[in-house]
Design a protein around this ligand. Structure first.
Ligand code: ARG
Length: 228
């Protein structure tokens, strides 16, 4: 047992923002998704009684800082800026941002083409940060990626910048109509489980995540949600 470890609280509170299929979302009032299954497997390995708390995405880091939750799993990208405020587990998923436009759009093909355009994003995300860098763009922020995509369908914006696996899932699995993904990945990003800065449970989570990966449980969960 490492010197800094402590008996984990029961329940072990884990924040998530559950409008982000296939990572975390609600189905018939139940929390489900890749991250949810992964966190449950980690909880089993680490003998934790996990209690998920659904929070707005931009409320997750403040909740970790206030220590009203012990951890968060929410498709959250590991960034240097966030790592100043909170701690991250080892990466567990490779993702990145992609541009979505309406199917009939022939002018927007890459990041350059977004100059001066109207763009929708989810508040507090890496997509919002990237969109803010586009010269002359008007960026509208929404509480969920789904609302941002709805804005695109309704014709009030010309593009959405969002995590590629989430936009693709909306189109291919959730039947979102009239939208396509264009261009290359804008960024390469890695998701991590977030914990308060210097959390005494970081090693516990990392060790359990390692066992979930090495035992093959990770692959089973991955195939369930991404079918490969
Ligand atoms: N990966 C992006 C980020 O870290 C978006 C995550 C949004 N997650 C969510 N559950 N809504 O900013």
């Amino acid at each position: 047992i490492p010197a800094f470890s402590q008996t984990p609280p029961n329940p072990f509170r884990v924040a998530t923002e559950a409008t982000f299929p296939p990572f975390e979302f609600q189905q018939g009032g139940q929390l489900t998704g890749f991250d949810i299954d992964l966190m449950r497997a980690i909880g089993k390995e680490a003998d934790l009684n996990i209690d998920f708390r659904n929070l707005p995405f931009d409320g997750i880091i403040p909740a970790l800082q206030a220590r009203t939750v012990e951890a968060a799993i929410s498709g959250m990208t590991i960034t240097a800026e966030r790592a100043q405020a909170i701690s991250f587990s080892r990466p567990y998923f490779r993702a990145g941002l992609a541009i979505a436009v309406r199917e009939d759009n022939k002018t927007i093909k890459n990041f350059e083409d977004l100059k001066g355009k109207r763009i929708a994003v989810q508040i507090g995300t890496t997509g919002a940060l990237e969109a803010a860098k586009i010269p002359g763009a008007t960026v509208s922020q929404f509480d969920s990626a789904a609302l941002a995509l709805q804005e695109l369908i309704n014709g009030r914006v010309e593009a959405v910048v969002n995590d590629k696996p989430v936009t693709l899932y909306a189109i291919k699995q959730a039947g979102l109509r009239g939208v396509k993904v264009v261009g290359e990945l804008l960024t390469e990003e890695f998701y991590g489980i977030a914990l308060p800065k210097n959390s005494p449970y970081l090693q516990l989570i990392n060790d359990a995540l390692g066992r979930v990966i090495e035992s093959g449980q990770y692959d089973v969960i991955f195939r369930q949600w991404f079918g490969e």
